[in-house]
Design a protein around this ligand. Structure first.
Ligand SMILES: [Zn+2]
Ligand SMILES: [Zn+2]
Length: 151
């Protein structure tokens, strides 16, 4: 039996609406630089659903993979190939019944925040998420000696 719980969300001005059905795959907090900058807040709280249970209406603008309402600027959802990441604050009912299971980029967590009890703690992204863009080292310069022709 599939879970038919529906949760609705929207931006501040109401121009963008969305619906997610069923329980999220996972719920997390992220303290990374991108989440801080993009939200203007100390961290972001989000939930991930499979993309096929997400429906949206209204126009969104985007910057990289992040989408937002072009009128009010509210962050809405990030839509990936297989998953969609919804900001908890964009859901219409508060408080939600969703609780984070993990925290990312805890080295960037504000000093006045503490590890959320019972959650998995990660220094960077979750290992199976692949490296974050800011975590990818530029290709190492080729050692000069490699370029020297030896004979
Ligand atoms: Zn809006
Ligand atoms: Zn982040």
């Amino acid at each position: 039996m599939s879970d038919t719980t529906r949760r609705t969300g929207s931006c501040l001005c109401g121009g963008v609406h969305f619906v997610v059905t069923g329980q999220p795959t996972r719920v997390g907090l992220c303290h990374c630089k991108d989440c801080r900058k993009a939200s203007g807040s100390a961290y972001s709280a989000f939930a991930i659903w499979p993309r096929d249970v997400f429906k949206t209406s209204g126009e969104v603008a985007s910057y990289g993979t992040r989408s937002f309402c072009p009128t009010c600027g509210s962050r809405v959802a990030w839509v990936g190939d297989t998953e969609v990441e919804v900001m908890l604050g964009s859901l219409d009912v508060a408080p939600t019944d969703l609780e984070p299971q993990y925290e990312l980029w805890i080295s960037r967590r504000e000093n006045w925040l503490h590890a959320l009890p019972g959650t998995e703690q990660f220094d960077h992204d979750r290992p199976d998420d692949g490296p974050a863009p800011e975590d990818v080292a530029p290709p190492a310069p080729r050692p000069l000696s490699d370029a020297v022709m030896h004979d």
